[in-house]
Ligand binder design. Structure first.
Ligand code: EPZ
Length: 419
């Protein structure tokens, strides 16, 4: 199994191009099941999770053409299988996103229950409750969700708590339902807005994207479209944090600062210098000491839970102490024990981590446990003295495109080693 070897102490310097957003690509691929027209998606990232979703679509009967430069084209005029099997779903929970589209377009689906993962139990009860509210008959048994519906009916449904893929699943289902659907307390993430824009390009009637209330007028069918995936704000912010903790100076291109207001404000309050030369680039510099801050994750536009692990590393290197509270997932501090082995002074009590900043982390062999935790270990290695060898890097390949190549282009001493 591959590992990543990082030799710390070198400031990140240079320019980096941000890839398309994983969490916008996955729902857009699922949305293709809503039509027999051709869907063309550009700016697709080359990630394991995207490959898994394409595999899932392929076994449903999708005809998929991939062009390195131009993106992916999907033809769903011959969907023959409505089942999402356990062996695929267990490798990527976001497979649940095919449930709404298959039910709305074909009136049937059988999806393996995604199960939990390292960061939490990850229930899908709201996905199920929402589709039942739209008239679906849903049974659970043998680890599978079996759903049937002659035609979904518009409804009024409120999410509690806010759920990103729950919002996306019901949004997609509502586009072909009979009548009006009003969804309340929806997720407002940029990836949800991007999905709504893709659906509107397919002919869907959606109001309120980016707000807590989505109003959808169902239509009888949707057509194909061409859609460009938005930049990956989590990848962008991960590299921004890397520039700050190595006291570097980087320019991110194909990046959207508008999707990163909370992280940008937080980094500036720590002492980072962040400029926006234009609407698609962000310059991040940091030459002096950084000050620790308190942080609480929450749904967009709050501070993203997907950046919590990365920020914990930065606060560990800052002056002073910081309190980090994780409010979205119940077990998202798996990276802490690995960071402690590198010398970080972090104490976790419940959903709160108390961090006492220090000047030094020491390189060590560490193990990745989940996608964003693995990114935090790479960041820690960049700042640490000596060598850090990160195992189980398959976690990182799920969400970061060629991370060691991108970081090497920023002058980091990092390489992938096998064995
Ligand atoms: C999406 O996961 C993202 N994944 C996650 O990114 C991200 O961390 C998360 O949203 C929060 O922003 C994709 O978009 C593919 P949720 P999702 O449903 O939709 C509870 C990454 O690193 N909940 O918003 O699965 C749930 O337990 C990944 O790229 C229910 O109770 O997360 C959690 O506490 C990790 N019932 C909270 O809602 C439900 O039916 C938020 O989860 C659904 C969710």
């Amino acid at each position: 199994m591959d590992k990543i070897l990082v030799r710390g102490g070198r400031p990140l310097n240079g320019t980096i191009s941000i890839s398309g957003a994983k969490n916008a690509t996955l729902p857009a691929l699922a949305a293709s099941l809503l039509t027999t027209g051709r869907i063309h998606l550009s700016n697709i990232p080359h990630l394991k999770d995207v490959t898994t979703m394409l595999e899932l679509l392929g076994q449903h009967g999708s005809a998929i053409t991939i062009d390195e430069k131009l993106g992916v084209e999907i033809d769903n005029s011959n969907i023959v299988n409505f089942m999402a099997p356990y062996d695929l779903v267990r490798t990527m929970r976001a497979s649940i996103l095919v449930m709404g589209p298959l039910l709305a377009r074909y009136g049937q689906t059988e999806i393996s229950l995604p199960g939990g993962c390292a960061i939490g139990s990850r229930p899908v009860n709201l996905h199920i409750q929402g589709l039942r509210a739209m008239g679906a008959e849903i049974d659970l048994g043998g680890g599978y969700i079996r759903a049937r519906a002659k035609r979904l009916q518009g409804t009024r449904f409120t999410f509690d708590p806010v759920t990103v893929t729950g919002t996306e699943n019901l949004l997609m289902a509502a586009t072909l339902a009979k009548g009006q659907t009003i969804l309340e307390n929806c997720a407002r993430e940029p990836e949800v807005v991007d999905l709504a824009n893709c659906l509107i390009a397919m002919g869907a009637k959606i109001d309120g994207a980016g707000t807590s209330t989505l109003t959808i007028e169902g239509v009888d069918h949707l057509q194909g479209c061409r859609h460009a995936i938005i930049p990956d704000r989590i990848e962008a912010a991960t590299f921004m944090i890397g520039a700050v903790l190595t006291h570097g100076d980087i320019l991110l291109t194909h990046a959207s600062a508008d999707a990163l207001r909370a992280p940008i404000d937080k980094l500036k309050s720590m002492g980072a210098i962040i400029e926006e030369p234009d609407a698609n680039s962000i310059r991040v510099r940091c030459h002096g000491d950084i000050e620790a801050v308190d942080l609480e994750t929450s749904p967009y536009p709050g501070f993203p839970t997907d950046l919590q692990a990365q920020m914990l590393v930065l606060i560990s290197l800052a002056k002073g102490t910081g309190i980090v509270t994780e409010t979205v997932f119940e077990n998202r501090f798996m990276h802490v024990s690995e960071l402690q082995r590198m010398g970080a002074d972090i104490r976790v009590r419940g959903n709160t981590a108390h961090v006492r900043g220090s000047k030094r982390l020491i390189g060590a062999p560490v193990m990745a446990t989940d996608l964003r935790a693995s990114a935090s270990l790479v960041l820690a290695g960049l700042a640490a003295e000596g060598e850090t060898l990160i195992s189980r890097v398959y976690h990182i390949d799920r969400g970061y495109e060629r991370i060691e190549e991108k970081l090497r282009a920023l002058d980091a001493d990092i390489q992938r080693v096998s064995g």
